[in-house]
Design a binder for this molecule. Structure first.
Ligand SMILES: [Zn+2]
Length: 159
């Protein structure tokens, strides 16, 4: 099974929705639509889903973050699904994965999470990491260049 996420298309951020736990308590029960639509109030009041906090340690860590995410983005364009369903390109150039772990690295991760301001810093950082920690697209020339361009756009945007 692929991972499922809550994703805000307004802010271009996404968060783990809880794998099978999400399926069992929200999809199988019909509390979220099969089309990826999310009614935030329905999800926030889905007792079974939030009860995961008492059942599994990883859910106890994850679900409070999911709750914050849903509240923060409740008036935005929110949906759920696999990455493919909301990424506009192969590697999610403009998306940010909200997680303490850096297992899904998009170009924005380097700017927004790691605080890098130049692509040179990104290259040095990635080259210092074990191969297993490199993003899957790192050695694919086209995608590497797209990431480079997207990173520059993120760090150069006016605030
Ligand atoms: Zn948002």
């Amino acid at each position: 099974m692929n991972s499922l996420y809550f994703a805000c298309a307004t802010c271009k951020t996404y968060i783990n929705a809880g794998y099978r736990w999400f399926y069992w308590t929200l999809v199988d029960t019909g509390l979220v639509g099969l089309n990826g639509k999310v009614n935030v109030e329905t999800v926030l009041s889905a007792k079974e889903y939030w009860a995961g906090k008492e059942k599994e340690e990883w859910l106890a860590k994850l679900l409070p973050k999911v709750e914050d995410f849903l509240v923060k983005h409740c008036t935005h364009d929110l949906r759920y699904g696999e990455q493919d369903s909301f990424f506009e390109d192969e590697i999610g150039l403009v998306w940010l994965y909200e997680s303490d772990q850096l297992q899904e690295i998009t170009p924005r991760t380097y700017a927004d999470i790691l605080g890098f301001t130049s692509w040179q810093q990104v290259v040095e950082y990635v080259n210092s990491q074990p191969l297993s920690k490199r993003p899957w697209w790192w050695d694919i020339k086209d995608l590497f260049e797209q990431a480079h361009t997207a990173f520059n756009a993120v760090v150069n945007k006016p605030f």
